[in-house]
Design a binder for this molecule. Structure first.
Ligand SMILES: [Ca+2]
Ligand SMILES: [Ca+2]
Ligand SMILES: [Ca+2]
Ligand SMILES: [Ca+2]
Length: 401
């Protein structure tokens, strides 16, 4: 929420015209077949416009190009990374930055044609070329007492897990930094959710659905050292028949978090009780909503909103864009209460508890452009007016939870 020097630099780069070379010279016929000399896994450049003559190559970032400074006229990016071509040395953002998409097959070549490139950086995601980190900047204040959810590393500060488009998982403790806790492969998951402890060890866990198999996995959190123990299969299959998988918090009163999910074919809402003990998993499901839940396009395990000590659900109605509160009751939901309208423009929500540390749970809504909008909770059900961040720091990611 705070604008740092780094962010201002990024904003400047955008203002100066960050450029994407989306369409390179595919199919064009160079005078010689020198473009094919670029080895797989390398970024290559030539001093000519048609990828002929002396070739430069690298498979790592290069802060100063030496004899090749201001010489690139055509390029080919056969790495699996995005190549950010900076007019400044040392990956600076005062001048233009050109982005060359990954093209491991090497069938395309083209170039800035500008003879102005002074450094090049290879990064896993597009947003890193713009001067942003791979993860968004998250700030939260420490709470007076340990919250029951939204605190993956048990330091009383609401934190965020972010998946980037390269399938990496980042832990954002709340001081603006990020730590890599999943090196890759997380894009295989078609649903990710967390809210409190499912296994009974007091540490917050993550539940993930594997898209290809419909299996449901539990990734046990490790508490103060953010990361995961060995994952447990908690659903052998069939979970692709469900939507809106939402870790909710404790609904059935055994202190373990429970999972909610909507059955696509029937619109029924089911509760799957978390089961601790020697074989953590999910118990037999309980019908919570008899139908109509396909009319909702977001469910949010918000924690307690109406201050009765029980976790509550928020839902966005697709047809109206209205947000409703469904008060949690023992293995049931009470009659819904309208929170407000106009929520259709939000692409996703993040409910990790009281990140402003004033005793009321808060909600992050992320716009389709990737702008964080903070909705601070009130003492009575509802939110203060939203506060939008000045830049789209949450753009080009693949989920926050
Ligand atoms: Ca924390
Ligand atoms: Ca429970
Ligand atoms: Ca409640
Ligand atoms: Ca708050």
């Amino acid at each position: 929420m705070r604008t740092t020097l780094r962010r201002r630099l990024a904003a400047t780069a955008t203002a100066l015209g960050l450029t994407t070379l989306g369409v390179l010279g595919a199919g064009a016929a160079p005078a010689q077949a020198a473009a094919s000399d670029c080895p797989s896994g390398y970024f290559c450049a030539w001093k000519t416009d048609n990828a002929t003559g002396t070739m430069y190559k690298t498979n790592v970032s290069v802060a100063t190009l030496g004899a090749w400074d201001n010489q690139f006229r055509s390029v080919s990016n056969r790495t699996n990374k995005f190549a950010c071509l900076h007019n400044d040395p040392n990956y600076g953002y005062a001048g233009d930055v050109w982005q060359i998409d990954p093209n491991p097959s090497g069938t395309e070549w083209g170039g800035p044609g500008s003879t102005s490139v002074s450094s090049l950086r290879l990064v896993a995601t597009e947003r890193e070329c713009t001067g942003l980190d791979a993860y968004p900047e998250w700030h939260a204040d420490p709470q007076a007492t340990a919250p029951s959810f939204g605190d993956f590393n048990a330091d009383r500060t609401a934190d965020v897990l972010t998946r980037d488009k390269a399938g990496r998982l980042w832990f954002l403790p709340g001081d603006g930094t990020g730590k890599l806790i999943g090196a890759g492969g997380w894009n295989a998951m078609s649903a990710l959710t967390r809210h409190g402890d499912f296994t009974g060890d007091g540490k917050e866990d993550v539940i993930a659905r594997e898209g290809a198999t419909g299996k449901l996995w539990l990734y046990p959190g490790k508490g103060t050292t953010p990361g995961f123990g060995t994952r447990l299969l908690i659903g052998a299959g069939g979970w692709n028949a469900m939507t809106q998988l939402t870790a909710f918090g404790d609904m059935n009163g055994d202190s373990l978090s429970d999972l909610l999910a909507v059955e696509k074919s029937t619109g029924k809402l089911w509760m799957y009780p978390g089961k601790g003990g020697t074989t953590p998993g999910l118990g037999s499901r309980v019908l919570i909503g008899a139908g109509g839940w396909n009319g909702m396009n977001a469910l949010i395990g918000f924690g307690d909103m109406n201050k009765d000590g029980k976790a509550d659900l928020l839902g966005r109605e697709t047809s109206s864009g209205r947000l409703y509160l469904y008060p949690g009751k023992p293995s049931a939901l009470g009659s819904r209460v309208l929170i407000g309208g106009g929520w259709s423009g939000m692409s996703s929500f993040l409910a990790n508890g009281d990140y402003s540390a004033d005793g009321n749970n808060d909600l992050v809504a992320i716009t389709r452009a990737g702008v964080e909008t903070d909705y601070l909770g009130k003492a009575t059900p509802g939110f203060q007016p939203g506060i939008a961040a000045p830049y789209a720091d949450w753009a080009d990611l693949n989920g926050n939870f």
